[in-house]
Design a protein around this ligand. Structure first.
Ligand SMILES: [Zn+2]
Length: 740
């Protein structure tokens, strides 16, 4: 201890000590206690004074996060200690610059750092120890990495188990993955949906709101979390390790991650059960790679012709406007160049239309039907007739407009002349001058309008493409469908045609034992070429040929007029017809609907109520609107919503009523001893002599909720929870039967 006396004027006996210890994990608490007691004995043996015993548990990456260390700094600053005693310098910090800073700080405040391994710490020691401390963890990490790599090569999983698995120990070896059925279901569902063409965001939304499952981190799903699942090769039984390396960055005092070159990755075949087949996993990767190229619609380039409009006729539900909701057909994979489509509900097992169709076959059938109709002589005649009628009417309109404008200009001219005469006769020039100016302005405007009219009639006489030209375009497009071309010249045409299509049904057919199908095209396009709401075309190399052109001329005239209007004014501009934007705010509607209901409504419940009022909204839109206004709407449990004001008033009553209803339902069911329907139970409530009624019109809804929520008390019997029985008595019956 001679060094100590030399380094400090104060003798050891009277000195004031600050003790500091640190361990990196809470499991090492015993070690920390050992550290501290060792320091304590050393000081007390020499009759020193312990001012403070400070310690931290943690990796100590950031000195700011270490409370003990902070307190120590304060003690040093106030000069309340003479010695800072620690087992070794790395307890203070592993970082060189940090250690140097601490040493300087102590030095300035007359505090000596004493390391029990080396003694008094001078500046040189501080540097040397700091360097060692800096080198040590990296050596340690390298050792750890080697041992982990050995494990990874054996096909053992390292670290936290991925969703769907748990890590178990087999024959003393940790890291064997075992399937957890419930989680595995989620993983499988995510893969199935990805194959069905769901977007990452759509998946996250469905997991959060419809399935109500938590993400592997125990919070909400994000699209990134879904992507992580889909791209984790562990699900096809590959153990992949060493994609990144983590190191400690001294300047930012934080761990940082860096990608390793692919050659250094360790791949091995795991012994665990895969949750996705290799083929599925690979096609999901292909889909993900496709998504990556652009995150927004704009970047994604031209949309595939009709891709969102192809619907399943079995489960698509048309609304009163003829728009089909649900039952979309989506890409379910393909063989490299060609893609196959299937009903998304069939993928989820909710629709029995299990057939898959090649997408190019569908498009060919649609286009072939279009071409056949366009090329038919009847269509040509009808189109010319309608075209003539429309042209005539338009020319008449222009004529009327021109006549009116010319007449007005003449009147204005006369008026100006008259006013000028008045000025000449000596009347107030300022007052009349204004009148003349106004009239002159109007005249100029009218002359400009007249020019516009002339021009527009010129534009109009530029002929819209004839039916034959249309048919040519459709044929060109069909050629592109077969060759998968993305010629930008056709984007305009495809957008133009698409704007005329509401949806396309694909009807599966079996003819002479051969599987085929028929498309049914709805929308203006169909009206245009056939005059009826839809046209059908069969997929086959032959003709679709059936004569569907049976309609009255009025429809066709209107249809042709629509065609004239629908044509882009300037060809080649490539602009999409503007989508009708609905800017109506939903909140008042939601508040109205929720204010009527005494029980919380789910978003889909609200959607159906909105639909009754003629407001079409998606569940997502409603969800968003409700979640955006937490001050107005309150979310109850997972999926129920209520007006916040109403809920505050009702919550107490709601809960007392719930308790009351449980008790009453219990009594009734105990008495009855056989399953009862909720309405029957309500009926008994009303028979009660004390007239213990449940008030309100929603009593049945509340009772149903109560019955299904109190699974410990009540048990559902029969189909779809139609009838209920007291759980105690249903348990009771079989055992008495057994006893008998
Ligand atoms: Zn379907």
């Amino acid at each position: 201890m001679s060094k100590l006396e030399v380094a400090h004027n104060k003798p050891w006996e009277q000195a004031r000590f600050g003790l500091y210890g640190r361990v990196s994990t809470p499991e090492q608490k015993d070690a920390l206690e050992a550290q501290m007691s060792d320091l304590r004995t050393r000081v007390l043996a020499k009759n020193g004074v312990i001012v403070a015993e400070l310690s931290d548990v943690g990796t100590g990456r950031r000195s700011k996060q270490r409370r003990g260390y902070q307190q120590l700094y304060q003690l040093i600053e106030k000069r309340e200690i003479d010695y800072l005693l620690t087992r070794d310098l790395s307890r203070l910090s592993r970082d060189l610059s940090n250690l140097d800073q601490t040493w300087r700080f102590c030095h300035q405040n007359g505090v000596v750092i004493f390391d029990t391994q080396v003694g008094v710490v001078n500046e040189l020691y501080c540097w040397a120890l700091g360097l060692v401390a800096k080198l040590m963890p990296s050596i340690g990490a390298e050792q750890v990495r080697t041992s982990l790599a050995v494990k990874a090569r054996k096909g053992l999983h390292l670290g936290r188990p991925p969703l769907g698995y748990e890590c178990v120990e087999v024959a003393g070896e940790k890291g064997h993955l075992k399937v957890v059925d419930e989680d595995a279901k989620i993983v499988k569902r995510i893969f199935a949906r990805a194959l069905a063409g769901w977007s990452l965001r759509g998946q996250a939304r469905a997991l959060n709101f419809e399935d109500g499952v938590k993400s592997p981190r125990g919070s909400r799903w994000s699209s990134e979390a879904v992507r992580y699942i889909l791209s984790n090769p562990v699900y096809r039984s590959t153990i992949l390790w060493g994609r990144t390396k983590t190191y400690f960055h001294a300047i930012s005092e934080a761990f940082q991650r860096e990608d390793r070159p692919e050659a250094e990755w360790i791949r091995s075949l795991g012994s665990h059960e895969p949750l996705a087949t290799e083929a599925d996993f690979d096609s999901v990767q292909a889909i993900l790679a496709g998504n990556k190229s652009g995150t927004t619609n704009k970047k994604r380039g031209p949309a595939v012709f009709l891709s969102s409009l192809i619907k399943c006729p079995k489960c698509g539900r048309p609304d009163e406007h003829g728009h089909v909701h649900g039952g979309s057909m989506s890409v379910v994979g393909g063989d490299g160049r060609r893609l196959r489509m299937r009903c998304i509900n069939a993928n989820a097992g909710k629709c029995d239309n299990n057939r898959t169709f090649y997408r190019d076959h569908i498009l060919q059938a649609v286009l072939q039907g279009l071409i056949d109709h366009l090329r038919s002589p009847e269509a040509l005649t009808m189109f010319i007739e309608a075209q003539n009628t429309a042209s005539k009417r338009r020319l008449e309109e222009i004529g009327t407009s021109r006549r009116k404008t010319e007449k007005r200009i003449k009147t204005l001219d006369t008026e100006i002349k008259r006013l000028t005469d008045h000025i000449a006769k000596g009347l107030s020039a300022t007052a009349l001058g204004d009148g003349i100016k106004l009239r002159e302005t109007e005249t100029r405007e009218l002359i400009a309008r007249l020019e516009d009219i002339e021009n527009s009639s010129v534009t109009f006489e530029l002929k819209p493409p004839s039916l034959a030209e249309y048919a040519d375009m459709a044929e060109r497009m069909m050629a592109n469908v077969s060759t998968n071309s993305k010629d930008p010249g056709d984007v305009e045409l495809s957008e133009h045609l698409e704007a005329l299509v509401k949806h396309v049904y694909v009807h599966p057919l079996v003819e002479n034992g051969k599987k085929t199908f028929e498309v049914e095209v709805f929308g203006k396009l169909a009206t245009l070429v056939t005059g009826s709401l839809s046209y059908r075309a069969q997929h086959c190399k032959g003709k679709s040929g059936k004569d569907i052109l049976t309609q009255d001329t009025i429809t066709v005239a209107r249809a042709a007029q629509k065609l004239v209007m629908a044509l882009p004014r300037k060809r080649g501009s490539g602009r999409k017809p503007p989508r009708k934007q609905v800017l109506r705010r939903l909140e008042p509607d939601l508040a109205r609907i929720l204010s009527r209901s005494a029980v919380p409504l789910t978003a889909s419940g609200i959607v159906s109520k909105l639909a009754e009022e003629g407001i079409q909204r998606t569940v997502t839109a409603v969800h968003n609107a409700l979640d955006r206004r937490p001050e107005t709407f309150v979310r109850i449990r997972k999926n129920g919503f209520m007006l916040r004001s109403r809920w505050a008033r009702q919550s107490v009553r709601y809960f007392t009523r719930t308790a009351e209803i449980v008790a009453m339902a219990r009594e009734v069911l105990e008495e009855s001893r056989k399953p009862m329907q909720p309405d029957e139970i309500i009926g008994r409530f009303h028979e009660e002599p004390r007239s213990r009624r449940i008030y309100g019109d929603d009593e049945l809804a509340i009772l149903r909720t109560v019955l299904s929520k109190h699974a410990d008390d009540f048990e559902a019997k029969g189909r779809q929870h139609a009838r209920w029985i007291l759980r105690a008595s249903s348990d009771f019956e079989p055992s008495t039967a057994l006893a008998a």
